[in-house]
Write a protein that binds this ligand. Sequence first.
Ligand SMILES: CCCCCCCCCCCCC[C@H](O)CC(=O)SCCNC(=O)CCNC(=O)[C@H](O)C(C)(C)COP(=O)(O)OP(=O)(O)OC[C@H]1O[C@@H](n2cnc3c(N)ncnc32)[C@H](O)[C@@H]1OP(=O)(O)O
Length: 256
Amino acid sequence: MTKYLDVRRDGGTATIVIDRPPANAVDPALIEEFLEVIPPLAGDPSVRCLVVRGTGRFFVAGADIAVMRDLSVANHVKMRRWVEVQRLLERAPKPVIAAMNGHALGGGAELSLACDLRILASSATIGFPETSLGLFPGAGGSQRLPRLLGPHRAKRLMIEGARLSAAEALDLGLVDVVADDDDFDRVVAGHAEDLAARPTTTIGLLKRIVEAGYDLPLDDALELEWQAVLELIGTQDAAEGLQAFLDKRPPRFTGR
Ligand SMILES: CCCCCCCCCCCCC[C@H](O)CC(=O)SCCNC(=O)CCNC(=O)[C@H](O)C(C)(C)COP(=O)(O)OP(=O)(O)OC[C@H]1O[C@@H](n2cnc3c(N)ncnc32)[C@H](O)[C@@H]1OP(=O)(O)O
């Protein structure tokens, strides 16, 4: 039983809804709930797309600043498990959507960087304001943002701590889709439905080799890719996708 997270199922999509008033700020209890909730969904073949979203005006406002006031190592060891939450999403063998219904700041923006598709509501803001608090994005942001935007733009965004508008974030490439507030749920559901219809096992393989191969010398990365191809050609989805094209019909992927 969780206090702050609710899991809602709709066909092949599972949505984790965060509700920790007033701003969905992150504390150790919320982190532990995520660590409890994600693994069963990541491992459930009937879950073909995972969505994380907030409630009200906030997606996630970042670390709970009142909690962060405890600058002890012990507290930060507990809070740093937020990085483990991100790794679970990043390594889930299925598409993961950050459905940012509201402000996505600090650790909230960091969480979104671990997801495969970032959708931001048009009135929401996103950014890494940690330096305004004397901190820096130390829950993955300082490492994932340069990989996304390049070192210069990432450093500037973190140094200045700007909260970007949805239009600015889209232009920068920090988010993939901006949806009008009053159309947000429909847009998220549409993307989730589309992604849930895609070959889950194939996507899991792809996520795995993109991450594992990224920092490898090219020859080693190509060998990693080849080993994944050998797994891929043994999947039912690969056979179904190819046959469906030849039959001139839509594929019916099962995720096997
Ligand atoms: C995420 C955990 C990772 C921990 C890793 C530990 C290892 C490494 C440690 C260092 C690394 C840091 C990790 C992480 O990157 C750190 C952070 O995330 S720091 C927090 C960053 N976020 C912010 O700075 C946002 C703060 N909020 C705001 O600026 C404003 O709320 C807003 C978004 C501009 C909206 O403003 P308003 O519309 O005016 O709304 P309010 O400000 O009145 O907010 C409403 C209500 O919510 C409370 N609140 C908002 N944000 C937080 C928050 N982050 N923590 C706690 N409380 C928050 C606000 O106080 C109001 O409360 P009320 O007054 O109504 O009781």
